[in-house]
Design a protein around this ligand. Sequence first.
Ligand SMILES: [Zn+2]
Length: 460
Amino acid sequence: MACAHRRAGGPLPVVGSAPRAALEYDVVHDGAGTLDVEASIPPGFARPFSVDGPAIPFVRDVAFVEDGRTRAAPRVGGAWDLSSCSAGCRVRYRVALAEACETIGDISTAQAFHGLQEAPPSTWLLAPTDADEATRIAFRVRTPPPLVFVTGVFRSPEGGGVHALTWGDLQTSPYSGFGGVRTLEIPVPGASITLALDGPFDVGDGALAGWVKANAEAVAGWFGRFPVPHALVILVSGGAADIDFGKSLSGGGASVFLRVGARAGRQDLARDWVLAHELVHLGFPAQPRYRDWMEEGLATYVEPLARAKAGLLDDAAVWRGFLTGMHFGLPERGDRGLDRTHTWGRVYWGGALFWLVADLEIRRRTAGARSLRHALAAIVAAGGNNAVRWAAPEACRVGDAATGTTVLAEMFQAWSEGPVDPQLDAVYMYLGVALGDGGEVLLDDRAPGSATRRTLTRAP
Ligand SMILES: [Zn+2]
């Protein structure tokens, strides 16, 4: 199973800064696999323009539009020189999308499936190579029926089918696709999910929609609301019998891509953890790459708890997962803080340990009145979802304010900078959880933390 993210490692942008001048794009899919784009570029962007690196060879015929005529824009290396555009201009270009999908074959840039040509906006929006992070990028896409366009980029409040994000979000812009896919709108508390289904599924579209809705509601239940106002979930049918691949991508929106076996049945859907894991990712602000441990750890920790609270997973399965996984996150000899040691064990399970210990510590200091859920619900309520980037200390500050403690700030500083041994065996003793000789889960109701253990997995 894979789970990964494409994320920028650059400096953190200013949160909540006002949108600047807008670049506007009209995009038309020709029904076969070419995008015809006309961009309106306001004054102040006389500089090189380009797209995501691997997509550069598929951008064609870039030209200025002046008085109804076109004039080729000079190409310099991997970019187009729009320096003559200082007073603003219109630019036309084409993107050979089908060719890009065939040649690149990577969902991060361009990949074709059964009827879907998937490509995030960073592949087909010719944008300044350098700009203010808050520069607004708005686009509208038209497709000839019955083809549709789906995207995880949030809709702009101005309506008219316009989607908008910022330049800073572009390099992690959500999955988007053009083609003959089936779409369903799924309402969840405080949000809607667009489900795009590509390919045959033995289990049926209705069962898939029910599965997505149940998992989205479990995640909404855990965070107090679904963490983003809208998300795109793309399910593509694959050859395996289960869900064997999942990824989320959420700059300026929210999207999840999953490959679901064409022969997967209801049992396979019920057993799956990948969908809930990816949906939990939507509930925390995006972090730079070296801090993946915060996001992966949170998804690893919260996914089984959210499913258990919603009745989708039993307590023993939650603890079996933790008892067989958490120890991978303990620091080994030579390991440094979580910001610096990026092994699989430290990123996924070291991060999960961080959140488990934080949850227990918040409960201890507040005599059970507050928990990690209160902290994370407050972060989401303040707009701290995966569509935005917040510095980690800011997320910790907002979370701590909701619990009246400084647990997250203290732990973040210690765990990010140095190896912390959380005395995992003592944690398990306190909670009263153990694995028996036959691998069975043993729960001890006489343990001092057994009541806490029950509240972790059961609905209040
Ligand atoms: Zn993940």
